[in-house]
Design a protein around this ligand. Structure first.
Ligand SMILES: NC(=O)c1ccc[n+]([C@@H]2O[C@H](COP(=O)([O-])OP(=O)(O)OC[C@H]3O[C@@H](n4cnc5c(N)ncnc54)[C@H](O)[C@@H]3O)[C@@H](O)[C@H]2O)c1
Length: 260
């Protein structure tokens, strides 16, 4: 398959105004796709437009909170009216807050919010993308989960549960949407450094200790480009025989046995 695969394809990436999502947006746009970013953060959206236009990449940005059914309906209506086409949906938007907190103090509203963004959001976006995806020749959905779906640090209940749910939703969607020829896969990232990909007010220059690097068998922390490369593959017909799978991209961290 030639590298022109994404020319003429429309790719919707949620949470693409910063971090891994922005890295994927840039990669898909460079590969020739028409990229739409749906993100809830106005400041990040405006800065991302400026960043990508410096590279002559034109990307469409839409305000959307993926946990809101009405906003997702409006988003897909916009995609239908403006583009009339959708080939790839990447459910990337996610929140980690409250990152830590013990179970005694966990507020159910915080738990519910993480589940609403990280799990309900991908379900809503998948549901309302269906009419357009069904019209695509080779439609694909990609869910960005986390290695925290499979293992935990203490006190990360909401995030771990949401990502575990998204892993399960991936195989459930894959089996259910196979009749529509829609492939559904997941990427489970490990530690991905996004400091350079944040909006100005949150941007920082990454610095990693030797220990940070050495806990990864490949000897470094991950970067958004690592996820973007795999996303380009999984959402293309090169991966046409792959559905319902989750690809862990973590520099080998989760397969490393630790004895002290
Ligand atoms: N960075 C990592 O180390 C890492 C590791 C594993 C998994 N992940 C997952 O990868 C995805 C991206 O992570 P990141 O580190 O790039 O995060 P990030 O915070 O840098 O970017 C997330 C983007 O999602 C947007 N967003 C948040 N809530 C939203 C909502 N309700 N509706 C629409 N947009 C919303 C934010 O505005 C932001 O632009 C997330 O799902 C995250 O859980 C990240």
């Amino acid at each position: 398959m030639a590298d022109t695969y994404y020319k003429g394809k429309v790719v919707l990436i949620t949470g693409g105004a910063q971090g891994i999502g922005l890295g994927m947006a840039q990669a898909f746009a460079k590969a020739g796709a028409y990229v739409l970013i749906a993100d809830a953060d106005k400041e990040a959206r405006q800065e991302a437009v400026a960043r990508l236009s410096k590279e002559n990449l034109t990307i469409d940005f839409i305000a959307c909170d993926v946990s809101s059914e009405q906003q997702v309906i409006d988003l897909l209506q916009y995609v239908r009216e403006k583009h009339g086409q959708l080939d790839v949906l990447i459910n990337n938007a996610g929140i980690a807050d409250p990152f830590m907190g013990n179970l005694d103090e966990l507020q159910m509203k915080d738990f519910d919010r993480v589940l609403a963004v990280n799990l309900r959001g991908p379900l809503l976006c998948s549901k309302y993308s269906l009419p357009l995806l069904r019209k695509s020749l080779h439609p694909a959905i990609l869910n960005i989960t986390s290695t925290r779906a499979f293992m935990s640090e203490p006190d990360t209940f909401a995030y771990s549960a949401s990502k575990g749910g998204l892993e399960a939703l991936t195989h459930s969607l894959a089996v259910s949407l196979a009749k529509d020829k829609i492939r559904v896969n997941a990427i489970a990232p490990g530690w991905i450094e996004t400091g350079e990909w944040q909006k100005k007010s949150q941007k920082y220059t990454p610095s990693h200790t030797r220990e940070d690097k050495e806990q990864h068998p490949v000897g470094r922390v991950g970067k958004p480009e690592d996820i973007a490369e795999a996303a380009l593959f999984l959402c293309s017909e090169k991966a046409g025989f792959i559905t319902g799978q989750s690809l862990t991209i973590d520099g080998g961290m989760t397969v490393k046995m630790i004895y002290h």
